[in-house]
Structure formats: C-alpha cells, structure tokens
Design a protein around this ligand. Structure first.
Ligand code: TRP
Length: 358
C-alpha cells in the first residue's frame, strides 16, 4: 500500500480498528456503532455502486449494526441547473437498495428534503466553518473542475457542511466512504468538535465520526473514463442481461489478442478484468491468464456473464419491486418518519444547548 499523507493515514488506521470490531464477534463496541451512508439520486445506480457500497451496507445491516441510508436529494442540485427526473431517480435508488437486501425495518432509508430538522442544522454548522476552509476542500475543487467552467454555486461550496448535518443529525459514528469523500468526513469532525466547544461548553453533543474506508479497486466506465451516471458509461443495475451484453460489447479494448492485466499500458482491458474478477470473486490476473490468447471478444463475453450471473437475483427482485411502486413509496415514507423523529430530538438538543428555547 502506498504511503498516505497525515490525516489520511490516521483515518486509515482508525478505519482498520473499526473494521476489526465489525468483523469480530458481537461486542458492546460493535453495538455502539451507528452507520450512515448515502447516494445522490442523479440517475440509476450502477455496478460501481453495487461493488463499492451496496453489498457492504447489507453486510453491516445483517451483522445487526444500526444503519441510516440517505437518498441525498438536495445534493443533486449542487452542480446542475435542475433536479432532473428526481421522483423516478429516487424511486430507482430505493428499489435497488431493497433489491440488494436492505431491510427497511432494520435500515432507515430517508431523503434530505423530508427532514426539515436535519436541514436546519446547516445554520449553526455554517457558523463554524470559514470560506477559506470550504474553498480548500479537494473534493469540492475536483467537483467544480468536473463541471467545465460552471461558476461555483453556494450549495456546491457549502455542501460538505450539509453532509456534516447528514451524519451528525443521527449521531452516526461510522461512515463508509471511498478516499474521495474523506475530506468531507474530516470537515464533519471539525464541525462536531467546534460545536461541542463553542456552543455546548465542551459537552459531547456530537460524536466525531470515523470513516470506514472502502479499499476496492476503482472501477472505470466502459469508455475507460471515470464511471458516472451522466457519462452514460456504466452498467446500471436495472439493465437486463441482454442490455448488459450489448453494453459490455461496446466497451473499449485494444488490438492485442493476448489478455494481460496491465493497468498502466492497457487501462481499458485492465478495467474489464477488474469488473469481471470482482463479480467472479477472483483476481484480475488469474482471469487474464484463463482467457489467455482468446482475445477481447472472449474477455467481454466472460465479463458480461459474470455480471449477469452475480446480478440475476438482484434483478429478479428488482422487477418484482418495480411492479409494486406503492410499496417502495411506503418504505420511503416510513423511513422518513423514523429519521424525522431522530432529527427532531437532535435539533431540540441543539436549540437547548444554544439557549434558543422560547
Ligand atoms: N456525497 C456522497 C456521494 O456523492 C453522498 C452523500 C450525501 C453522503 N451525504 C452523505 C455520503 C453523508 C456519506 C455521508 O456519494
């Protein structure tokens, strides 16, 4: 593993300790964990989400760890002009959560926009950060750069603070994230610390959450660029088996018939091998040597069937759920109710420690 700089290194060490608690036998330390995760509902979830987070969330839930799962609808408008097909997108995300095995009686699935009290936390939290801090945030900078010259909106600049409200409203102490989200988690820790010191006389109103760093290999899109819903270079979970075959067939490869795993010189082939191996539960190297001289077409055939086999059950459940949209809506309403109860209580505490009870 390559050396990580300061805060990242420390976060990685804390993450490893929490990983041990989670993977160990049931314990009081494990019972104290509360996990929050979230997705921006900008489109359908895809195989990248499945590999890097959905499966992991279900594992945590099934170990009995309390889980909050946020469909971050206000975060959709950080970097674009409209909400898009927000209703459909939210429903699609919730449908994939359920198809993946999230149990709505154990995991609280909710949306930003339904929880006023969560959003109100943004106000005291904004008082705890400076504009210089926000402008330095590497994730915000990257996301701004990805919008091709769009001016920085107030919401894009401050969404790390909103994300702190997502995490702190429910006193989550563990947040599974990729390395790209680590700056947000550090910002959340700073906000919790400053809130406790400035407004709560040093009392621990908010815990400082830890990252649980997911160390999966990055899966790229089928064109070799970053996988993203807006680029259309993904395999959506909702795609049928035939659509998956067609999507994989379009993926870029190279002209060398012999399949080898070489991230530097053959990034597109390496990416297909990574996807195939992840779904087969093997390593990209051994998948490459199995294919050997059979060429790109055979590689694609294997990747498509690996994805299709692994997702068959997910897709079967997804179709069932799609036939019952009222159930999906009801899951979200019930989750919002539960999240709201938690948020109301937290905001009451905040008002009370700040002396704002009238
Ligand atoms: N920003 C996250 C993403 O793009 C989604 C998200 C919103 C989130 N709020 C969160 C993740 C709070 C962790 C904690 O994937």
């Amino acid at each position: 593993m390559k050396a990580l700089p300061g805060t990242q290194q420390i976060a990685a060490e804390r993450s490893a300790i929490i990983g041990e608690v989670i993977d160990g036998p049931p314990s009081p330390a494990r019972d104290r964990l509360r996990v929050l995760t979230g997705d921006r509902p900008t489109g359908d979830l895809h195989i990248g989400h499945y590999l890097s987070s959905l499966k992991n969330r279900v594992t945590l839930q099934d170990k009995g760890i309390e889980s909050f799962v946020l469909v971050a609808d206000y975060q959709v408008i950080t970097d674009r002009d409209g909400v898009g097909a927000i209703q459909d997108n939210v429903r699609s995300v919730v449908t994939d959560y359920l198809a993946a095995g999230m149990d709505p009686t154990r995991s609280t699935i909710f949306t930003h926009s339904a929880i006023s009290e969560l959003n109100q936390l943004m106000l005291p939290f904004l008082s705890l950060v400076t504009d210089a801090e926000l402008r330095r945030n590497p994730t915000v900078k990257d996301e701004l750069a990805a919008t091709d010259g769009r001016p920085l909106s107030g919401l894009l600049l401050t969404y790390p603070v909103h994300q702190a409200a997502d995490i702190l409203f429910c006193h989550a102490n563990v947040v599974p994230v990729g390395l790209d989200q680590l700056p947000h988690l550090e910002q959340t820790r700073v906000i919790a610390r400053r809130f406790n010191r400035r407004y709560a006389d040093g009392h621990q109103v908010f815990p400082e959450p830890d990252a649980l760093i997911t160390s999966l290999p990055t899966v790229l899109g089928l064109d070799g660029a970053k996988m993203s819903k807006s680029r259309g270079n993904t395999i959506p979970l909702r795609a049928s088996a035939d659509e998956t075959v067609a999507l994989v067939r379009k993926a870029r490869t190279d002209t060398d018939r012999r399949i080898t795993f070489d991230r530097e010189r053959r990034p597109e082939v390496a990416n297909l091998l990574t996807v195939g191996a992840a779904f087969l539960g093997t390593s990209p190297e051994s998948l490459a040597s199995e294919i050997g001289d059979a060429g790109g077409a055979e590689l694609k055939r294997r990747v498509a069937s690996a994805v299709n086999d692994a997702l068959a059950e997910h897709r079967r459940r997804r179709l069932e759920l799609e036939a019952d949209p009222a159930y999906v809506d009801q899951v979200l309403r019930a989750g919002n109710e539960r999240a709201r109860v938690v948020a109301v209580r937290t905001l009451e505490t905040v008002r009370s420690v700040m002396g704002m009870t009238y």
